[in-house]
Design a protein around this ligand. Structure first.
Ligand SMILES: *[C@@H]1O[C@H](CO)[C@@H](O)[C@H](O)[C@H]1NC(C)=O
Ligand SMILES: *[C@@H]1O[C@H](CO)[C@@H](O)[C@H](O)[C@H]1NC(C)=O
Length: 500
């Protein structure tokens, strides 16, 4: 059915690519900015005008990235530790860039990258029964421990190229070994490993660096504005309409709006916005000093993780199924095809999950249950009495664009001309900031990397795999903890958690 899916198995040369004369990228997150940079540097696009539109204005200090975007604050895990060797290889490529710190202009310089080590642990206990529906075409669900073991095998294989790298990876076969590697006195978990070739990156600073890189090409126009809908003529997308009524036109529109993408393009069966919980705690200088030595720890049985603190702020998060926020937007997204376009008015609009953030809802908090889980992780991973009951200074939801298999969605739209999507981050795209744009541009040029063909494609779905609800998708790659399908408003209704 989908043109893009069938093209993935054919030779790229069978569909000659001719560059458009103008490209509009919607979104200046990881996908949008890295794609803009790769386009600006690629000869094939030297005659093409490139525009990026985003609701945050990068020229205004403090507003970029938008404070409710995904790639903000000071820490993201940077790893090649993946169960899927295709992402291990891409992560390895990215780390070559992250490790560069000779000059201030290098990505890893000025504190943007810290190779603090990553401790991955899994639990032998069977995972909580999943409420996810049996999903026909999907791979079998991996447990956290399965994922950790596969990731271990990939990391060992990667490190075998170089004895220096290999010496920095060690299996942790029991709780005592895990406790020793963590160094905070905390532990448990049945099995894990430490990889000192992984670490964390400063998200906000790296996005600012990325914006500078794009600016330096002198090739890209940044337009501040909020896109409310895509413009179309017959079967072609021709541009985007902004909230102030302006219209930006282009031969090719690339929607890279992260968790907001579903509000512009009908992504039923492809990706869904899920809110993931984070909490921040202020710590003392002495605590910073001590915790500054810990590795990143990610418990794959629960998805709970802690990143070493920066500037006396400790961050605790959960990479989980997350919360859905089903809403019926006043501007419906672009329908799946031009033919379904004519019938939308007569149909009841389907609710879609879209981000709810503190920017539009200043009193927004995280559900009490989630806050309790974050605190539980803190107590287990850093069992220091002084931290046990210290209030969180801030909590927030970070919105992912989740696909069922955690593969990105980077493809031409199967039914609309002039439309490309680069989204489906599934909460693990940030580390690829220095390399993913080039791969996106390969896909734009219909030369998607072999190892991602099929994976990054727009998926052929049926009503039965998607149940027509637009919100029923659960990421089952083995990295997610918690319970699938929780609805944010219901979870908040139980009891909003006070900060103090
Ligand atoms: C990882 O780094 C920590 C801190 O430098 C060190 O104590 C530990 O021995 C290292 N582990 C491995 C396997 O290299
Ligand atoms: C990981 O989570 C499991 C399941 O809740 C728990 O039993 C285990 O102790 C945790 N491990 C670590 C190191 O936090």
């Amino acid at each position: 059915m989908a043109a893009a899916s069938s093209s993935s198995s054919s030779l790229p040369s069978s569909r000659p690519f001719s560059p458009p004369s103008s490209i509009l990228i919607i979104g200046s997150g990881v996908f949008g900015l890295s794609t803009a940079l790769a386009l600006a540097r690629r000869d094939a696009f030297s005659q093409c005008s490139i525009t990026v539109v985003d609701r945050s204005d990068p020229s205004q200090p403090g507003t970029f990235p938008s404070p409710d975007a995904a790639s903000i604050d000071t820490s993201r895990i940077i790893r090649a530790d993946y169960a899927d060797p295709a992402y291990t290889a891409l992560g390895d490529e990215a780390q070559v860039q992250w490790r560069k710190q000779e000059t201030p202009a290098d990505l890893g310089a000025q504190g943007r990258y810290h190779e603090a080590g990553l401790l991955l642990v899994g639990d032998l206990a069977p995972p909580a029964p999943s409420a996810a529906p049996a999903s026909g075409g999907l791979k079998p669900k991996l447990t956290g421990l399965d994922y950790a073991r596969m990731s271990w095998a990939n990391v060992v294989s990667l490190a075998s190229k170089d004895p220096a790298l290999a010496a920095r990876v060690r299996e942790l076969p029991n709780p005592d070994a895990i406790r020793e590697a963590l160094g905070t006195g905390g532990s448990s978990g049945s099995w894990g490993y430490i990889n000192n070739n992984s670490g964390w990156g400063n998200a906000g600073a790296a996005m600012a660096w990325s914006f500078d890189q794009v600016q330096q090409t002198g090739r890209v126009d940044f337009v501040p504005g909020t896109v409310v809908s895509l413009e179309r003529a017959e079967d072609t997308v021709t541009g985007a309409k902004l909230s102030d009524g302006r219209v930006l036109s282009a031969d090719l529109v690339i929607v890279a709006a992260g968790a907001w993408t579903g509000g512009l393009v009908d992504l039923a069966g492809q990706a869904v916005a899920t809110g993931q919980v984070l909490a921040y705690m202020d710590i003392t200088e002495a605590e910073q000093e001590e915790l500054g030595k810990m590795p990143v720890i990610l418990n794959l049985s629960t998805g709970l993780f802690i990143i070493p603190p920066t500037d006396r702020v400790l961050k605790i998060g959960q990479h989980a199924y997350g919360y859905l926020n089903p809403v019926t937007p006043s501007n419906p997204p672009l329908p799946l095809s031009p033919t379904s376009a004519t019938t939308t008015q007569t149909q009841t609009p389907t609710p879609i999950s879209l981000p709810l953030t503190a920017l539009t809802d200043p009193d927004l908090n995280i559900p009490a249950r989630a806050a309790a889980d974050l605190r539980g992780a803190l107590r287990e991973m850093i069992p220091w009495p002084a931290l046990h009951d210290r209030p969180f200074s801030k909590t927030r939801l970070c919105w992912y664009s989740d696909t069922a298999d955690a593969d990105f969605l980077v493809d031409y739209h199967p039914h609309w001309r002039g439309l490309f999507v680069a989204t489906g981050d599934s909460g693990h795209a940030f580390k690829f900031l220095p390399v993913v744009g080039d791969r996106v541009v390969d896909c734009i040029m219909r030369d998607c990397p072999v190892q991602f063909r099929g994976k990054w494609d727009w998926k052929v779905t049926t009503e039965s795999t998607w149940a027509g609800t637009g919100v029923a998708a659960f990421t089952e790659d083995g990295t997610r903890g918690g319970t699938p399908g929780l609805v944010l408003a219901e979870a908040l209704g139980e009891r909003a958690v006070p900060l103090q």
